[in-house]
Design a binder for this molecule. Structure first.
Ligand code: FRU
Length: 494
């Protein structure tokens, strides 16, 4: 199969020549781009028994630019192999960007990508006259992808009245019986987010089915990157809304990620959400996608950044952006919960364990330090203390902390003492409480990133901390005696 024209070939060569950067710039086990900028995960899918992940990609600088699709694959979600860039904005129907989308293995063994092609028109003075977003297909073999001649396969002509032509993007594809379905984000005429449902028998010819969901004044103004999947006996729509208004400690303002959990009628395509929750309570999380693994696990991966915080970045780093650790989803006590993929456990080394350790004031423990680790700290319930702190990536001046206030049932993550000169979102708080007499914090660190899983995934909070790697101490602090256990491992992937 030959689809390499100039722009794609140019980007492939550029990546190959420039991706050899020092290990120090990359996390050890989180996906990054070869070089330059990445945002959303795309096309997260199983193809010929391997997990494929594409991503929004601007290899030529560490800023967002004309979007390409970078490409990797893995067998265990921890060790990834980089593949040649899959898509470049090289055609009339996507000349201003190959935006986010999804992928599926077809019944005849091909890998079908559906993505948003962006086309802008300008006047002679260079002012933009219009922007059109429409859905395009490329079919491939896991390495090379050919854009079909009938692109765009879902044009703006199919849109219901009032739907936006310039905010119409991020298709998610799945199969039900003999049909393909596709859910695409749109901004309705009243500046409300909406999801539009399309169907197809071959993945190439699509017809509009219905407006699947609308935000009706709640949950932002534009919905990006929808996903739809069943989990146990529920149907879940995960959406990344722009311009959300804060609601208590559940939803923060700005770009967030929500899960609408409910029922779905496959005949009428009616979706009835029963509850809506945040997916991650941290600072650096957006635009996640999921796949279902052959063993039935529903696995989610997200962009480990957020548009609100893209100025918060390490100095002179030739790459920007990373993906979260893939997470296993399940439902427990009326909530969607997420936990690190179990494959991570194969890479744990140097176990350190403390039982019934006492913290009263400041405390540190031999062997409990590092920046590439998997650590679980469990606190026994006790009505005396009013705060307990875990200080990570610590040196004399800097740290990033996780603070639990049991009397208020609140956890705060706080990176205001990280070594950055940029003012940005530094802290977030969310609810959490004891379960069966204890509260559990599992912390996954990979150099600059912290992913916190509370009570086996009831709450997750992801945030970046750009401290020098030498800042690798971990300290605990409380205002009264707290009894804790610690299970700590380094993660060794190479
Ligand atoms: C979300 C998003 C998508 C779009 C892509 C462009 O982060 O804005 O809606 O397809 O990024 O890079």
């Amino acid at each position: 199969m030959k689809n390499i024209n100039n722009l794609l070939e140019k980007s492939r060569i550029y990546e190959k020549e420039n991706a050899h950067i020092a290990d120090a710039y990359r996390p050890d086990f989180h996906v990054t781009g070869g070089i330059g900028w990445i945002n959303d995960p795309n096309g997260f899918s199983v193809y010929k028994g391997e997990y494929h992940l594409f991503h929004q990609y601007h290899p030529y600088s560490t800023e967002w630019g004309p979007m390409h699709w970078g490409h990797l694959k893995t067998r265990d979600f921890i060790k990834w192999e980089r593949l040649p860039i899959a898509l470049a904005p090289d055609s009339a129907f996507d000349k201003d960007g190959c935006f986010s989308g999804n992928a599926i293995e077809t019944s005849d063994g091909k890998h079908l990508i559906i993505y948003t092609g962006v086309v802008k028109e300008f006047d002679e003075a260079g002012h933009m006259l219009s922007e059109t977003q429409h859905q395009c297909v490329a079919v491939g073999d896991g390495i090379n992808y050919e854009k079909v001649e009938t692109n765009p396969v879902i044009s703006v002509d199919t849109l219901p009245e009032g739907a936006s032509h310039s905010d119409f993007r991020d298709p998610k594809i799945w199969r039900e019986g003999d049909s393909y379905f596709c859910l695409t984000a749109n901004r309705a005429a009243d500046r409300n987010g909406a999801l539009l449902l399309y169907s197809s028998t071959d993945g190439l010819n699509w017809s509009f089915v219905k407006t699947f969901a609308e935000c009706k004044g709640r949950f932002g103004t534009m919905w990006e990157c929808p996903d739809l999947f069943s989990l146990e006996d529920k149907q879940i729509a995960v959406i990344s809304p722009m311009e959300m208004e804060a609601e208590g400690l559940e939803f923060h303002a700005g770009h967030g990620v929500i899960a609408m959990v409910g029922d779905y009628d496959k005949d009428t395509h009616d979706f009835n959400p029963q509850w809506v929750q945040a997916v991650d309570y941290g600072i650096d999380f957006y635009a996640p996608q999921t796949l279902v693994a052959p063993d039935g696990r529903r696995i989610m991966i997200g962009w480990m950044r957020n548009w609100a915080t893209i100025n918060m970045r390490p100095d002179n780093c030739p790459i920007f952006g990373a993906m979260t650790l893939p997470r296993e989803l399940s439902i427990r006590n009326g909530r969607m919960v997420s936990n690190p993929v179990r494959e991570l456990e194969h890479y744990r080394v140097n176990p350190v364990h403390y039982e019934n350790a006492k913290v009263n004031g400041g405390a540190s423990f031999d062997g409990v330090k590092g920046r590439v680790l998997d650590m679980t700290v469990e606190l026994a319930e006790n009505s005396e203390y009013s705060f307990f702190k875990i200080k990570l990536a610590k040196d004399d001046l800097h740290n990033a902390s996780i603070i639990y206030r049991p009397k208020e049932n609140i956890i705060t993550i706080d990176r205001s003492l990280a070594s950055k000169r940029i003012d940005s979102v530094q802290s977030r708080s969310f609810e959490a409480e004891y379960r069966n007499g204890a509260i559990k914090f599992r912390v996954i660190m990979d150099k600059d990133s912290v992913e916190l899983f509370v009570n086996d995934g009831e709450r997750v909070a992801t945030f970046l901390v750009y401290n020098e790697m030498a800042a690798d101490s971990i300290e605990f602090e409380s205002d009264r005696e707290v009894c804790i256990s610690i299970d700590k491992y380094d993660i060794k992937v190479k």
